[in-house]
Design a protein around this ligand. Structure first.
Ligand code: ADP
Length: 550
């Protein structure tokens, strides 16, 4: 980390630590009647207010104290987006313990590995995950109790889970008299493991300071642009990089919160959008596919939806156009990663872009965008020399800032930084005026005859073809060129397109040598625990495949 010097004259403002508890206290005091609406695992809709949430979070904080959970100790959750999960966000971090959200889409062994690595003391989980917890509970070495997030009536009569407790019992048996403790803002607040597509998952340990700063930055107009007039539905799960910080930023501005629970299919999400007048949402592209299909197939419209942030993987331009032109929904393309809390960049137009044609504006909006204040970025070559911002030269993307990782939790290799910068593993270009565009993840770049071909461009073009639902491009072995691009396509239901047509579709859109050598049609692409296409799995599937050009 960079060195700082102490000035002989220090500022004379109050020294008040930036703590997560201050967010829910603020929401209670100034937006106490704003609503949190949740589709519950039980199937019904639950509604209450920030004031109620704050009260119950204090009750759970008392329960944790009763368990003997100490500052800095980890408490895990395995839960959907819902009000009880939100209470835990504040109860655990606010009391000084560390909120460890676990992705339930991981395998039971991976979850047990993470729980043991984090040394979780308690594990809170939704009813949906009872069978999953039964599989791995016995392998958790440090967990003293498992809390089922339901009421007494829904507790199983018998269970293999040791020391199984009931969430609503904890609420009933604990007082709401609780003072959030004050402590150093650099104390650990929460822990997220990367999905570990290669090797074991690694933990990013956030602090109260990093979380509060990230929340403040994320609500700015050219980022999420959130206010007390919004109703926000986080489609991105609370177990995936803290739902991009929305459980903090939404109460911070006093917006209404709408939690979808486990029902993430297009129909259920659409219903909630309309019933609760949702104006803002955020998620990875794959979930929007389901919603857009449902809306298109049923000739529906959005009556209140105004803006969505799409990130986690590249937003296909066709999806952005559909949202913008067909439904009048503004799309903010954003980029980040678990190691960055996750927000790095967001793409919006500037005053001098407003007179451009729609096509020109669209081509800017398709980029991943500008660094959010607090984040700095640069692109470098393999020797670490900085590369020009000309919108063409691509290089390894490095970032730094107060909510970017310095080292992984309990990692033996220590500092992961290169001269104070975090290497993201992404390859990108940056334009003269600072718009960053991801070309690829460095491990997914297709290396053809010593030159690089970015897979995202090839996928985006394929996905503008009317018959293509989803496309992914990988490098496949070629005896002359090392690798050549191969396109793997999921067709839209009832749509037809041939391999030759798709290859021809690239004509005039890219350099000729970038054109995929082959196309394979599949029923579905392999998706990882965070809804992203697993390219390493695809490369395994096509290992040894003989290209027609080989
Ligand atoms: P994991 O892939 O392990 O779930 P993250 O969710 O942290 O981890 O993923 C971060 C990565 O996702 C980035 O390094 C980048 O490769 C990719 N990514 C995120 N947002 C975008 C985007 N808007 N466009 C392209 N790639 C993105």
């Amino acid at each position: 980390m960079s060195q700082t010097t102490q000035s002989p004259l220090m500022g004379q403002m109050m020294s008040q630590p930036l703590l997560i508890s201050s967010i829910i206290r603020h929401a209670d005091r100034y937006f106490g009647n704003a609503e949190i609406v949740s589709r519950r695992v039980e199937g019904d809709i639950h509604r209450y207010t920030y004031r109620d949430c704050h009260k119950r979070a204090r009750q759970i904080a008392n329960a944790l104290g009763g368990f003997g959970v100490k500052m800095g100790e980890r408490v895990a959750t395995l839960a959907w987006n819902g009000y009880r999960h939100m209470e835990l966000y504040y109860a655990i971090s606010g009391s000084g313990a560390v909120m460890h959200t676990i992705n339930p889409r991981l395998h039971a062994e991976q979850i047990a590995y993470i729980v043991n690595h984090a040394e979780d003391q308690y594990l809170f989980f939704d009813l949906t995950f009872l069978p999953l917890v039964e599989v791995f509970a016995a392998h958790c070495k440090t967990v003293k109790g498992f809390v089922l997030m339901c009421d007494k009536e829904r507790m199983p009569a018998i269970s293999r889970i040791p020391n199984l407790l009931c969430y609503e019992d904890l609420i009933a048996n604990n007082s709401d008299q609780y003072e959030w403790p004050l402590f150093d803002e650099n104390s650990a607040s929460s822990l997220c493991y990367t999905s570990g597509t290669t090797g074991n998952p690694k933990g990013a340990l956030y602090s109260h300071r990093s979380t509060v700063l990230h929340s403040l930055a994320s609500v700015m107009p050219d980022v999420f642009n959130l206010s007390a007039r919004d109703a926000v539905l986080p489609v991105v799960p609370m177990f995936h990089v803290n739902a991009w910080g929305l459980p903090y930023s939404v109460p911070m501005v006093g917006a209404k919160m709408v939690f979808p629970g486990p029902a993430l299919d297009g129909k259920s999400v659409y219903e909630l959008f309309e019933q609760e007048k949702v104006s803002f949402s955020a998620g990875v592209p794959t979930v929007w596919l389901g919603l857009l299909n449902h809306v298109a197939q049923n000739n529906l419209e959005f009556s209140s939806f105004k803006r969505t942030v799409i990130g986690g993987s590249a937003c296909p331009p066709g999806m952005m156009k559909t949202f913008r032109h067909q439904y009048g929904v503004e799309v903010v393309h954003a980029w980040g990663m678990t190691e960055m809390s996750p927000l790095g960049t967001a793409c919006t137009l500037q005053a001098h872009h407003l007179d451009l044609s729609d096509d020109q504006q669209q081509s800017i909006l398709e980029k991943q965008g500008h660094a959010v204040f607090g984040v700095d970025m640069k692109i470098v070559d393999d020797d670490g020399s900085e590369l020009p911002w000309d919108g063409k030269t691509y290089g390894n993307l490095l970032v730094k800032g107060p909510w970017i990782i310095g080292s992984y939790f309990k990692s033996e290799s220590g500092d992961v930084l290169e001269h104070g910068w975090f290497p993201t593993g992404d390859v990108a270009t940056i334009t003269e005026d600072g718009y960053m565009q991801i070309t690829d993840r460095s491990k997914d770049v297709i290396k053809s005859g010593g030159e690089w071909i970015g897979s995202i461009d090839l996928e985006n073009i394929a996905m503008t073809h009317p018959a293509v639902q989803q496309a992914a491009c990988i490098g496949v072995f070629h005896p002359k060129w090392d690798e050549r691009p191969m396109l793997v396509v999921v067709k839209k239901p009832d749509a037809e397109v041939s391999k030759e047509e798709l290859i021809k579709f690239y004509e005039g859109k890219i350099a000729k040598w970038w054109t995929p050598d082959d196309v394979a049609f599949v029923d579905a692409l392999p998706l990882g625990a965070t809804g992203k296409v697993l390219k390493n799995k695809m490369r395994e599937q096509f290992h040894g495949y003989k290209l027609p050009t080989a």
